[in-house]
Design a protein around this ligand. Structure first.
Ligand code: ARG
Length: 431
């Protein structure tokens, strides 16, 4: 995480207020439970608790099952609870789960948190699938919501192992992604977080910070075969959760220090988020945004990338500005000013600016595309922009071409000459 500034607390505040009393279901992979960062993770969970976020911990067991199988010279029929679970493998799963649950209880106790291992998952045998008896593999039938809610109301963290109970003295091995999905739906959780061994997914090598439900579906279709099966499972389960009322699903690397807190309390997060609710938005600026615009442009004005503007100037033309928000936090702006030239309407794209903290996320380009669209709707024939230092950006990302001063409307031309900035003139025809 980049160095924290005191002002970041403002951003944190909006999240801590928004998340208060909400339920977060954390599905922790066994590889994370056995990693060095595990104790830090539990500490971070205490931070969440101190902000009155209600936590449910679901955990996996595959790594430990594998290890126990090696130690005892047995072969596990399946590790993740998605294939056939032989009776011997079930025994390993029971042992692994008890140990891991104990680790969790012990670690939480260290930070003074109360937790309880639960039998809230009601399951039935998965049965015979494609002619193969799945033996001790179970399918979640029901979640005892009343029980879990009761614990949560008392400030107790329910710990849910990857096991299901059939009510007749039989236990089945269930997959933890499936459990986390069912639990988050049943409890109407605000978040389902997969705390795993990677910070989500990438496209052509660059991390994908967030995906809408449609984008995630499309991504999954395209990468179904080249992603590791664990990741496919997280995406599939995450998508189902998002479609069934869980607003946000996150995939983060639980072995990285601070990953959990960074994801929850910063705008941009650290892993991949699938979101069903509003996350980013471009909207027209309002009078009360003038101050935010002013502080947004402070740095680029200081470096002479942008023309200085007073608060009064911004306020007077506030209707020409658009704002980019991430979770209601203003992180970018752009202006669109209309002129007439030889009876044609032309517009200037001005004051394009993105906060340093949110650079390199494509926000500038989104603002540019938005303004272009808006200018077309308003019947403008051409868009122009003046730039002293970022003209390459306009050419490469926006498809602008360099022009000259004769292409500016008279009023703007006069101002241009008076300013002495000698900006480059960039143009784009709006067909
Ligand atoms: N902190 C916010 C949340 O927890 C936003 C996280 C954004 N994360 C991301 N990977 N884009 O909902």
């Amino acid at each position: 995480m980049r160095d924290m500034k005191a002002a970041d607390l403002r951003g944190i505040l909006s999240y801590s207020i928004g998340f208060r009393d909400k339920i977060f279901v954390l599905n922790i992979d066994s590889a994370v439970l056995t990693s060095e960062n595990f104790r830090n993770l539990l500490l971070d969970i205490s931070v969440l608790r101190s902000l009155n976020i209600r936590i449910v911990l679901v955990h996996g067991a595959s790594c430990l099952i594998e290890k126990l199988a090696q130690d005892t010279n047995t072969t596990a029929s399946n590790l993740d609870g998605l294939g056939v679970t032989s009776p011997e493998t079930l025994q390993l799963a029971l042992l692994a789960s008890s140990r891991l649950a104990h680790e969790i209880l012990e670690g939480l106790n260290e930070t003074d948190q109360r937790a309880a291992v639960t039998n809230a998952i009601i399951a039935h045998p998965a049965g015979i699938i494609h002619g193969i008896d799945q033996q001790m593999t179970g399918k979640v039938e029901n979640v005892d919501v009343a029980f879990l809610e009761r614990l949560l109301a008392d400030g107790i963290i329910p710990v849910i192992p990857p096991l299901g109970f059939d009510g007749n003295g039989q236990t089945y091995r269930v997959n933890s992604d499936g459990v986390a999905l069912e639990v988050s739906e049943a409890l109407r959780a605000a978040k389902l977080m997969f705390v795993t061994t990677s910070n989500g997914v990438t496209e052509a090598g660059s991390p994908l910070s967030q995906l809408s439900v449609t984008e995630a579906e499309d991504y999954l279709k395209r990468h179904n075969t080249d992603l590791p099966p664990e990741m496919v499972s997280k995406l599939q389960h995450g998508l189902r959760a998002c479609k069934n009322g869980v607003a946000r699903v996150h995939i983060i690397d639980g072995r990285a220090d601070e990953a959990l807190l960074t994801e929850i309390f910063s705008n941009e997060g650290i892993g991949t988020m699938i979101y069903a609710n509003e996350y980013e938005a471009i909207r027209r600026a309002k009078k009360k945004d003038a101050g935010a615009i002013l502080s947004l442009i402070r740095t680029p004005v200081a470096t002479e990338e942008l023309v200085p503007r007073t608060r009064k100037e911004i306020s007077e033309r506030i209707g020409d500005f658009y704002i980019f928000e991430v979770d209601r936090n203003i992180v970018g702006c752009v202006g669109l000013r209309s002129y007439t030239m030889d009876a044609d309407k032309v517009a200037e794209l001005e004051c394009l600016c993105v906060a340093e903290s949110h650079e390199n996320q494509g926000i500038g380009r989104k603002l540019m595309t938005f303004v272009e669209q808006r200018a077309k709707e308003m019947g403008h024939k051409r868009l122009f922009a003046l730039s002293t230092q970022t003209f390459n950006y306009f050419v490469q990302k926006g498809g602008f071409k360099e022009g000259d001063i004769t292409m500016l409307p008279a009023e703007r031309k006069a101002k241009y000459e008076a300013s002495g900035r000698r900006s480059k003139i960039l143009l784009k025809d709006l067909a």
